[in-house]
Design a protein around this ligand. Structure first.
Ligand code: NI
Length: 171
């Protein structure tokens, strides 16, 4: 098990627009595995490549695993080159992010999405998702375009978060 360093706001790498995954090889699988270890350890429900300093266009997520629940099984989902091809409705949900520690805010997203992507073997897949799964997909896909959920907030609130994170970093 390898834990990776998760970059935190305002690290400029988080603004990276990722390039498509073209090679579904061992090193990609290893990175995805290390990202899963990191995500479960945090714990978090999703992690995008940009957050660990990679510019490959993929993320992983697992919204059902519960660290405190002994029966709970880890089933990380892998999404490479994801594209949302259809959306429905609206939902407001409180979001957090491993790159923005100790901060949560409500964000408006689509309540339902149809996403086209490639799995860890490179096979094309389509998933229809709603609620938390849909929100998580949109949040992680944003990361691959260099967008953070706080980008939907006012500039003043973003500034406040930045100040607070600097204080946290200083300890
Ligand atoms: Ni995030």
């Amino acid at each position: 098990m390898a834990l990776l360093e998760v970059l935190t706001f305002p690290n400029p790498f988080l603004k990276t627009r990722c390039r498509p995954v073209e090679q579904f090889n061992e090193s990609l699988l290893q990175l995805a595995q290390d990202m899963a270890d990191t995500m479960y350890d945090a714990p978090g429900i999703g992690l995008a490549a940009t957050q660990v300093g990679s510019d490959l266009r993929f993320f992983i997520m697992d919204i059902q695993y519960d660290k405190e629940e002994p029966e709970s099984k880890k089933k990380p989902l892998f999404f490479a080159n994801p594209q949302i091809i259809e959306t429905k409705g609206e939902i407001m949900m409180e979001e957090g992010c491993l790159s923005i520690p100790e901060f949560k805010a409500e964000v408006k997203r689509s309540d339902w999405v149809k996403v086209q992507y490639q799995d860890a073997k490179g096979n094309p897949q389509v998933l229809e998702a709603s609620g938390l799964t849909a929100v998580c997909i949109q949040h992680e896909l944003d990361h691959l375009n260099g967008v953070l959920f706080i980008d939907y907030l006012s500039p003043l609130r973003r500034k406040m978060i930045q100040t607070r994170l600097k204080k946290l970093a200083r300890g």
